[in-house]
Design a protein around this ligand. Structure first.
Ligand SMILES: Nc1nc2c(ncn2[C@@H]2O[C@H](COP(=O)(O)OP(=O)(O)OP(=O)(O)O)[C@@H](O)[C@H]2O)c(=O)[nH]1
Length: 652
């Protein structure tokens, strides 16, 4: 979160780009981790599916094997029964088979039968005997002359389907003959290749297989192949319809798997024995597949398992994905939060560092300032004082803190506290020239400027004061003003100042109906002093002459130098021409006394014109002009005299 300064020096905090970068990096990491995790989950899921497929397939294969062993056991029992009783025709065989409860415990077996091995001669005898036993029309079929015959003589349960098979010479049919031959020669259960059972009536026809066990003469023990054939009595066998057999074996077969069973026995073409979904074609390409080979009754079966689209191992991957997304989201949230917090902390550190730096700058400026700076609260109590103000007030800052600034400048009281607060609330500062009085009583002239001080909530909390010491400046101004209005030699008002004073006197006299007098004094033959003794002596004489004039005047009277050796005197409290004349005479007499200046004894005199307001003029020009004329008249009359101007004319 970068921090910059704006044009006014304020701190500008930019958006948290660092936080965004860190979060984007974490997002990439989370997405990558999620992608990897998803891949791993998919792999695990595929492995789990494959595992489930194999487990289920192996279970099914085991079940088929068990089923087959069960069927073989049934035939062994039948063989044992035959070898024990030497005949299986009739009621005894039917009871044995009924006792097996085939339809319940051995589903798929169409029946348990016995096929007798016959010589051609024995065939006719068998037919006669079977017919005599009640099976009218019993014939060994198919008809035809053959070297050997076999004939089904018993097949239980003897229902309509099985009855159709009685008399059938299975040895005449190559597929069955192969299995029957094997049963004789290996003396074990021999399974045939796929056949169409003679029991099939064309309705919902299925592929069939037959399981044979050779039955030898009683007491026969295994010997060579030729002897076996000689001792052969026939075969106990069971026909199976494949769909029924597999349904019996696969009672738990799940609908989300497909099973195909093929006969792969060497020497014969692969033949499809069973397909749980004969209508489905090859199935989806991405289906999982598993193959299992079984050797059953000397034949090799291939069990092909494949999964259907709904084959699954539960919804765990989705749950795990949800967990990954949740953890990822939490990581993102935490990263974002941490990054933003860090960026904010960094920005705050920068801001506070910048503020500290700025504060230090301001503090240095304030401390080094040649102006007094202070803050006050709303009751005008000092809350901060810079060294310069403390120096001005000749007290330490600590002593000043908490005291009211009004203590030192009573002039502040000119503005009512409420008005001042309202002015400051409106944001208006003010500059005021005033006098500060120190604790020791000494004073200084200052210019106090105030500006509103607001707190963090924008409420007026007081004021900032700037105090400029203008004592010297004011003194200089006064001095300049004095010099501008006073004669530099004699230190009395000059002509310009006198005109102001005269104007003011006229105005005052006019308003209050007063009268006043004006004297015009010119030294006589002053040029001769300069010429005889030099200007310095002349200057000293002028200074002394003014002193003598002043000694004749009251405090309210004002002498002024008009220029050269000409002076005017304003006598404001003179009520009559006689009074004025008396003062003029006093001045004349005083100036006529000998002077001793710069070691020189000098004798001069003066000529003085007297005018009176308002009789001799109502404005300054008239009064001065008449006074000047009266003075000249005195000079003309021989000098060293006073001439008064009045309405009737001047008298000397
Ligand atoms: N020493 C000195 N002389 C000055 C000053 N100002 C004017 N003067 C001189 O004062 C003299 C004034 O002479 P005037 O008033 O003309 O003549 P006066 O000699 O006084 O003669 P009356 O006035 O006719 O009696 C001149 O010589 C000026 O140069 C000054 O400040 N100092």
């Amino acid at each position: 979160m970068p921090v910059t300064m704006d044009a006014s020096g304020g701190v500008v905090v930019a958006k948290p780009a660092g936080a965004l970068g860190a979060t984007l990096a974490m997002l990439l990491f989370v997405l990558l981790a999620a992608w990897l995790a998803w891949g791993a989950l998919e792999e695990r899921k595929q492995a789990a599916l494959q595992q489930r497929l194999q487990a289920e397939a192996n279970g099914i294969a085991l079940k088929v094997e068990e089923r087959f062993r069960g069927y073989r056991q049934v035939l062994r029992g039948a063989r044992a029964l035959y070898m024990a009783s030497d005949t299986v025709e009739g009621r005894e065989w039917a009871e044995y088979v009924a006792g097996l409860t085939l339809s319940e415990d051995y589903r798929g077996i169409q029946g348990v039968g016995f096929s007798r091995w016959l010589t051609p001669a024995a065939r006719l005898e068998l037919e006669a005997r079977m017919q005599a036993a009640g099976l009218a029309g019993y014939k060994v079929w198919p008809a035809g002359e053959r070297e050997h015959y076999s004939a089904i003589v018993a097949l239980e349960p003897l229902d309509t389907r099985n009855r159709r098979a009685l008399g059938f010479d299975m040895f005449s049919e190559p597929t069955r003959r192969e299995a029957m031959t094997r049963a004789v020669e290996v003396s074990e259960g021999a399974l045939s290749g796929p056949v169409v059972l003679v029991q099939e009536d064309g309705v919902a026809q299925q592929r069939g297989v037959l399981l044979y066990l050779a039955v030898f003469r009683s007491g026969f023990s295994a010997s060579d192949v030729a002897t076996r054939w000689r001792e052969l009595q026939g075969w106990v066998y069971s026909p199976f319809r494949m769909d029924d057999l597999m349904e019996g074996a696969l009672g738990r077969f799940t609908s989300d798997m497909r099973l195909k069973v093929l006969d792969l026995s060497p020497g014969s073409q692969p033949a499809l024995l069973f397909d749980s979904e004969p209508e489905s074609g090859e199935g989806p390409a991405n289906a999982l597949r598993y193959e299992r080979r079984l050797v059953l009754g000397g034949r090799e079966w291939l069990l092909e398992f494949s999964t259907r689209p709904d084959f699954s191992v539960g919804e765990r991957p989705l749950v795990e994905l949800g967990v990954i997304v949740l953890i990822g989201s939490l990581l993102l949230a935490v990263t974002w939060s941490l990054a933003v917090t860090r960026a904010r902390a960094r920005a705050l550190a920068i801001v506070s560092g910048s503020l500290r730096q700025r504060e230090a700058q301001y503090r240095a400026i304030v401390n080094l300032s040649h102006e007094g700076i202070a803050t006050v609260d709303q009751r005008w109590r000092l809350t901060y004082v810079n060294p310069r103000l403390a120096e001005m007030l000749r007290q330490s800052a600590n002593e000043l803190l908490g005291t009211s600034f009004c203590t030192y400048c009573p002039d502040l009281g000119d503005e009512l506290a409420g008005e001042r607060a309202e002015r400051l609330r409106q944001g208006n500062g003010r500059s005021l020239e005033m006098e500060l009085q120190r604790e020791d009583g000494s004073k200084l002239t200052v210019l106090v400027s105030d500006a509103p001080l607001v707190d963090a909530d924008g409420r007026l909390s007081g004021a900032t004061l700037m105090v400029v010491d203008i004592t010297e400046r004011k003194a200089a101004e006064r001095r300049i003003n004095y010099l501008a209005t006073h004669d530099g030699l004699t230190d009395i008002p000059n002509r310009a100042r006198f005109e102001e004073l005269l104007g003011a006197a006229i105005a005052r006299a006019a308003r209050y109906q007063h009268s006043f007098a004006l004297l015009f004094v010119d030294l006589d033959h002053f040029k001769e002093v300069n010429d005889s003794h030099g200007h310095l002596v002349g200057d000293a004489l002028l200074v002394e002459a003014v002193k003598r004039m002043k000694s004749c005047l009251r405090a309210s009277d004002t002498p002024a130098r008009q220029g050269g050796d000409e002076f005017v005197v304003l006598l404001p409290e003179t009520k009559s021409t006689q009074d004025a004349e008396r003062v003029a005479e006093k001045i004349r007499a005083e100036l006529a006394r000998p002077f001793e200046v710069e070691g020189c004894n000098l004798n001069i005199s003066s000529s003085i014109g007297v005018v009176f307001y308002p009789q001799h003029g109502r404005d300054a020009d008239a009064l001065l002009r008449h006074a000047d004329e009266a003075m000249y008249r005195a000079k003309s009359a021989g000098r060293n005299r006073v001439a008064v101007c009045d309405a009737a004319g001047e008298k000397v």
